[in-house]
Ligand binder design. Structure first.
Ligand code: DON
Length: 544
């Protein structure tokens, strides 16, 4: 019933016969569309959007963070660019623990000690150089203009400024909290962007920007050095694949756990008649939650930076393993999380983020999720640079057993080591059906990203929602620990919640999370439909 009501009340998606871009900020969407109309491809547009979001969504879009770009070109070639931050070379395993060995959360979340070496600028350079067609100046021009000439904040743009940016405000945009109606210019950021526009990655990693960040970090008690910047590299790997019914998913590889968690959950769910059971019905919820519980227990125990640990991906995504986990689900009772142990046994070892999705007129598809981690990252800015630095170091295991910002209780494989990348949950995802592009999607939301992507997929392919309905529908989430179903308002009919309670589930209401930005291709007409999550009013999907 709830499902029908939601469908009836929903907004319509944006439609486009040629191309589509969905982002969390309309001016960034427009920047990407302008680049496409100038003859750029989806990768050119992605770089333009990433730089524009650094200006118009400064909590989350960034120069001072990192992330992942997933590309599928129309010829079928696939690329996964990892521009995740790295731990400074002077980082140490116990750096976020006090003298008694207790985790000190503030240390990995705010201030200079929380900052990892940023990857965004090098990631964009690599993407543009390898897969783009336009000059750096052409794709950066909209961002430079937005920073230098400014833009007027409308009420919907204010969401990013609701989170506290910490001490960094004093170095940003005049130091005052912006307000709706204000024309916001960011001259320092414009200068940083112009430096990158002229000098490329070297301006950032071997030039004035690195020097400014390192000086500020030293002064603020951080560990960053010029060597950290000079040695930073992006990594390009093949994305992972998994099947879900007729769908072939192209997903993020480690150091993101996003793809593995999504695919492991889908593997457990694959043979179950979810659509027949009904959206967020008692039975469907039960199995989705139990699958998520098991996949997150594995995520937290087994995954880490592939340059440092072996990720048992083939084992985690083996259909026989999925069948074993499925068989461990009691059909009516919740399994307490303390009875769930990472399913492979011991192995021997040798809120803030943003996502955008793009499809161009040739059918090239790009999904990018990148982040500062928390709102405005570590809340620090190197004087004169105009952009916030990440607090990605909090994604490491500060101490096994101690929860991070997202409540994730993680293991040794994700410990802090010099030059290592912290395990991420980001899950840019491209879906094929019969070898053809069917969907491009992703979301921010920390540990809730894989389940947000999961629900967006199920909403489209199992529950028949259009893409706008699919991104807007209320969500549910379980991540092993804490042992609770997290849910948004209206996620359940009242009687479903009562029934689930009596099956042994605890619930926690969470206001709203994530911001899915998705594109779906109609298999018959080839029309593109875009959905930009209503939770972020500033967002827009625009097609043509
Ligand atoms: O990489 C990760 O998993 C986190 N740093 C993502 C943070 C995030 O999504 C915050 N946004 N709500």
């Amino acid at each position: 019933m709830l499902h029908e009501l939601l469908l009836a009340a929903a907004l319509q998606p944006a439609a486009g016969a040629h191309a589509m871009i969905a982002t969390e900020q309309r001016l960034a969407t427009q920047a990407g569309i302008a680049v496409l109309k100038r003859g750029g491809n989806a990768v050119d547009a992605a770089v333009a959007v990433a730089y524009a979001l650094a200006v118009v969504d400064p909590c989350c879009g960034n120069l001072g963070g990192g992330g992942f770009m997933l590309i599928r070109m129309h010829d079928g070639s696939e690329h996964f660019i990892d521009f995740r931050e790295t731990a400074p070379l002077r980082a140490t395993r116990g750096m976020y623990q006090d003298a008694h060995g207790n985790a000190v959360p503030e240390r990995s979340r705010k201030g200079w000690l929380a900052v990892g070496v940023p990857g965004t600028v090098m990631g964009m350079e690599r993407a543009l150089h390898e897969y783009g067609t336009l000059s750096r100046a052409a794709v950066m021009e909209p961002a430079v203009a937005l920073a230098r000439d400014g833009y007027t904040l409308v009420p919907g743009d204010m969401l990013p400024f609701e989170g506290s940016p910490g001490e960094g405000y004093s170095g940003w945009a005049g130091g005052a909290m912006p307000h709706a109606g204000e024309h916001l210019t960011q001259p320092d950021l414009a200068r940083s962007l112009e430096l990158v526009e002229r000098g490329g990655a070297d301006a950032f990693y071997r030039g004035p920007i690195a020097r400014a960040i390192v000086a500020a970090s030293r002064q603020g008690g951080g560990l960053l050095s010029l060597d950290d910047f000079a040695r930073y590299t992006t990594v390009e790997t093949d994305p992972l694949h998994c099947r879900f019914g007729a769908l072939d998913l192209i997903v993020a590889a480690p150091p993101s756990s996003g793809g593995v968690t999504l695919c492991e959950t889908l593997g457990i769910l694959a043979p179950l008649p979810l659509a027949q059971w009904g959206w967020h019905s008692v039975r469907e919820t039960h199995y989705v939650i139990e699958a998520e519980r098991r996949a997150y227990a594995d995520r937290n125990a087994y995954l880490g930076d592939p340059a440092f640990v072996n990720n048992p991906i083939a084992q985690l995504l083996d259909p026989a393993y999925a069948a074993r986990l499925r068989a461990s689900i009691d059909p009516v009772r919740a399994t307490p999380s303390d009875e769930i142990h990472p399913g492979l046994g011991a192995l021997t070892e040798g809120n803030h983020t943003t996502h955008f999705s793009i499809v161009d007129a040739d059918g090239n598809a790009v999904a990018v999720t990148y982040t500062l981690n928390d709102w405005f990252g570590a809340g620090v800015i190197a004087p004169g640079t105009g952009f916030f630095l990440n607090d990605e170091m909090d994604d490491f295991t500060a101490k096994p057993g101690a929860p991070n910002l997202y409540g994730l209780v993680q293991g040794e494989r994700n410990d802090v080591q010099p030059g290592k990348r912290p395990l991420s949950s980001m899950a840019p995802t491209i879906v094929l059906r019969d070898g053809k592009l069917a969907m491009v999607t992703g979301s921010p939301g920390g540990s809730r990203i894989p389940t947000t992507v999961l629900e967006t997929l199920l909403n489209v392919f199992d529950f028949g929602m259009n893409v706008q309905q699919a991104v807007d529908a209320p969500r549910i989430h379980m991540q092993w620990l804490p042992d609770e179903i997290q849910y948004e308002p209206d996620a359940f009919a009242r009687d479903a919640m009562a029934a689930l309670r009596s099956d042994g589930y605890a619930f926690k209401a969470i206001d709203l999370w994530g911001s899915a930005q998705a594109i779906v291709v109609d298999p018959r007409s080839g029309m593109l439909y875009g959905g930009s999550d209503r939770r972020h009013a500033a967002g827009a999907a625009i097609g043509y």
